[in-house]
Ligand binder design. Structure first.
Ligand SMILES: *Cc1c(COP(=O)(O)O)cnc(C)c1O
Length: 497
């Protein structure tokens, strides 16, 4: 297996090169040129392993230039001791045939920990093979959760610096506090006046600016990305969908007709990982893409037209407040049968006009695989309340969007196959909105809300959230969106030529 660019198949890379670079030089994303497949015997073997064992087996073919020892070092380092109860991705039964894949038992209480605990290991190993001793500078644009998970993963990792930009008005109080209080000598955090798309566009521009790259090279540094454009973010996410299938098998669920997966979606990374698991042989029937009021993906799945020219809404599920889903590019590559010219044309159209339309053939393929739905903030709150009172399950705002769209899907189609709902954050990370949803508004401070939520729902406060109450705020700087490059130079203490 090798990696190729979605916009130019003749650009190839090994796993280490793809991970160390983050993005292909012409702006395309790295994808494997073929996928390993798993058969009944393979799944049987995986069923008998714990998460770490499953991760090593599943990741091996994707890390084509890593040794077995390197893979073991990376996977064990990432998943030993960093997740509550040593269970990175437990599958919890919510109702008959409906399972919640809880991906938020890591250090930052959101699913991005699953990838970002592992990525630093993959990246340092990759840079050791390819970068010749250069320092790796991680640039991150975040809608809230990636930033903290990346900061936590890269904190004091030797020979790396990490710089995070977040929309100063677009993240929850808890998310902001988590990032602003991050420890570590190599970490830098900036708010920006703008939304997530502004942050992401700014980071992409810095990444591909030849002058900035040259300045870094002159100082023996090179950029990489911890956003889900980096293949090293996606591969670890495939693992938990395969693992969830093993857990369903171990529970004796009837999977004759496969099962469905619902994913609350923003940048399309998480649901893409589920698609890759399906491609590898996991019997996933439908991939259900759940959006909030920023329903650019719901419309795309319905019409085949992607159009970001629309109002942007700030919602109570902020990690999904995204109008440019960067990983959709990898999906288009898949749906078009690996047609790099078509992908490049669509992306050029998107950059120029904010819109593109896929061909009828590609649309037909998409219809076979995906179903899309959305819900607004009121429906999200209503779903949190109902799911708690009727099923005794407390979910966060993002997971609630997925639960709501799952209900819509069942109503619309009558499909009653078993279903795995990806749960992407702890309800305590969005305590304010969750508390309002379950009918309480009285507490003043964020941490009073956290305590009230715990009392009211008889669930326990995750330790990383409790620890934030007395955390020292280190980072308060907010910059303009056209000042991001200067912020990078200042953080790295280097000057442009
Ligand atoms: C990042 C995030 C999402 C969206 O995931 P994508 O991979 O960007 O689609 C959903 N929920 C939460 C809590 C997140 O942090």
């Amino acid at each position: 297996m090798n990696y190729i660019s979605t916009r130019n198949r003749s650009i190839t890379a090994t796993a280490a090169e793809a991970i160390a670079q983050g993005i292909s030089e012409e702006g395309g994303l790295f994808v494997p040129d073929c996928f390993p497949t798993l058969d009944g015997e393979d799944f049987k073997a995986l069923c008998a392993l714990d998460y770490i064992g499953r991760a090593k087996t599943i990741l091996k073919p994707f890390l084509n230039d890593f040794t077995e020892e390197e893979i073991a070092h990376c996977v064990e380092g990432a998943y030993t001791g960093s997740f509550e109860n040593e269970a990175p991705a437990p599958l919890v039964k919510m109702a008959e045939g409906a399972y919640v894949l809880e991906l938020w038992h890591g250090p930052t209480c959101a699913f991005k920990d699953l990838a970002l605990q592992l990525l630093p290991y993959l990246l340092v190993t990759s840079a050791g093979k390819t970068a010749g001793g250069k320092k790796t500078v991680i640039l991150v644009a975040t809608s809230g959760d990636t930033g903290k998970a990346a900061l936590e993963g890269f904190c004091d990792v030797p020979n790396t610096e990490i710089i995070v930009f977040y929309p100063s008005q677009g993240v929850s109080t808890m998310q902001k506090l988590q990032m602003a209080s991050q420890k570590g000598e190599n970490v830098h955090v900036f708010g920006i006046h703008g939304n997530f798309d502004d942050a992401q566009t700014g980071v992409k521009a810095i990444f591909t600016d030849p002058a900035v790259k040259a300045a870094l090279a002159a100082n023996n540094m090179q950029f990489s990305s911890a956003n889900s454009i980096n293949w090293g973010r996606l591969a670890p996410q495939i693992v938990y969908y395969v693992s969830a299938y093993c857990d369903l098998l171990n529970r004796g669920e009837d999977l004759q007709n496969g099962f469905n997966v619902v994913v609350p979606t923003g940048n399309f990374g998480n649901i893409l990982a589920a698609y890759y698991a399906k491609k590898m042989g996991v019997p996933i029937a439908k991939l259900i893409c759940a959006s909030n009021a920023n329903k650019v993906l719901t419309d795309f799945i319905e019409t085949g037209i992607y159009d970001r020219n629309r109002d942007f809404y700030t919602t109570i599920s902020p990690s999904m407040d995204i109008l440019i889903s960067s990983n959709l590019e990898r999906m288009l590559f898949e749906l078009s049968g690996g047609d790099d010219k078509q992908v490049a044309a669509c992306q050029a159209q998107l950059a120029k006009t904010g819109r593109f339309e896929i061909s009828p053939e590609v649309k037909a393929k998409m219809d076979e695989i995906f179903w899309g739905g959305f819900c607004d903030d009121n429906a999200t709150r209503d779903t949190i309340a109902r799911t708690f009172t009727e099923k005794g399950y407390l979910c966060d705002t993002h997971t609630a969007v997925a639960v709501n769209v799952y209900e819509q899907y069942r109503q619309a189609t009558g499909d009653s196959r078993p279903c795995v709902i990806a749960s992407t954050a702890s309800p305590y990370k969005f305590a304010d909105s969750v508390l309002t949803a379950v009918g309480q508004k009285k507490a003043d401070s964020e941490f009073d809300k956290v305590r009230l939520l715990s009392e009211l729902t008889h669930t326990s406060i995750p330790a990383p959230i409790a620890a934030l109450e007395n955390a020292h705020v280190r980072f308060k700087e907010i910059c303009e969106k056209d000042q991001m490059a200067s912020a990078v130079f200042a953080a790295l203490q280097i000057t442009p030529d």
